[in-house]
Design a protein around this ligand. Structure first.
Ligand code: ADP
Ligand code: MG
Length: 272
């Protein structure tokens, strides 16, 4: 580690402790067991503002569980998650979303009976007017602006030609893009992505990498779980490696590539 990095780390540490977080997301000593199986043990992780942080690891390593802890779907047995000065542990997924955390799940969660445009308008409306569920008429006055924004985001993920297609008719890859658009339209402070290119052909994967690069240039902080090392090494500023629910390595892509523990964890998978 260079002197400059040590100084920066030290400054960030102090910044975080004095309540000026360079670290947008702070995962502190998280544990989670499922019926005796330790899905997560002693997990500590900091995500810095603006970085793309990849979480990798063999199947069953606990990656999705960690993401679900962050979004409030799974309550950890121990430990806490702090985002932007707010403790997320104990909050509902909706409350966490309202704080500026959006996610794209491993299995796309879209409204299958709605069109692409309608799917993206739902989170856009929700973001503009947190009460729209109670009073849908409050949001109607804003519909035109919201629709224009939704169309723009849909075009940016490459789904313009499917604007009025019903989501159930989309390919799996396109459903994932739709879910990404549903996340982006919220202008989140933190975007969590669980294997965003799973089920995509190489061509679509490359298009997604380009899109995620653009999002990165715009300064959005991202945590990305990814199995495809081409995607990881194209996008990540830093990488955390999980195996058997524990962090076995953390560092830059270069450091991770050359880490023998990581190679060992992946033996048989031929990924690194
Ligand atoms: P990854 O995303 O890294 O493949 P997961 O976080 O999905 O791994 O799973 C980690 C471990 O926890 C696995 O052994 C999995 O079977 C187990 N697990 C995950 N979710 C549950 C659950 N809801 N109930 C029981 N076991 C679970
Ligand atoms: Mg998973």
């Amino acid at each position: 580690m260079s002197v400059a990095e040590i100084v920066r780390d030290d400054e960030e540490e102090r910044g975080f402790k004095s309540g000026v977080p360079d670290k947008v997301l702070h995962i502190d000593d998280v544990h989670k067991s499922f019926a005796g199986l330790h899905a997560l043990s002693d997990v500590d992780l900091d995500v810095r503002k603006g970085e793309t942080h990849a979480i990798i690891g063999p199947n069953g390593a606990g990656k999705s569980t960690l993401l679900n802890v962050c979004v409030g779907r799974i309550r950890p047995d121990r430990g806490a998650v702090v985002f932007d000065g707010h403790t997320l542990t104990g909050k509902s997924p909706h409350e966490i979303n309202q704080l500026g955390v959006a996610r794209v799940f491993q299995t796309p969660e879209v409204f299958l009976d709605l069109t692409v445009l309608e799917n993206v308008m739902v989170p856009a409306l929700s973001k503009r007017d947190g009460h729209f569920r109670l009073n849908p008429f409050r949001a109607l006055g804003q519909e035109k602006a919201i629709r224009a924004e939704a169309e723009e985001v849909i075009a940016s993920v490459g789904l313009a030609k499917h604007l009025h297609s019903v989501a159930s008719s989309l390919s799996r890859g396109d459903k994932r893009r739709l879910e990404l658009a549903m996340g982006l339209v919220q202008h989140p402070k933190l975007l969590l992505l669980d294997e965003p290119t799973a089920g995509m052909a190489r061509h679509d994967t490359n298009a997604t990498i380009e899109l995620l690069k653009k999002i990165k240039e715009a300064g959005m902080t991202k945590v990305i779980i990814e199995h495809d090392m081409h995607v990881v090494f194209s996008l990540a500023d830093r990488i955390t490696v999980l195996a058997g629910g524990r962090i076995i390595a953390q560092g830059t892509p270069e450091e991770i590539k050359n880490n023998p523990k990581v190679k060992e964890a992946y033996l048989g998978e031929e990924q690194v």
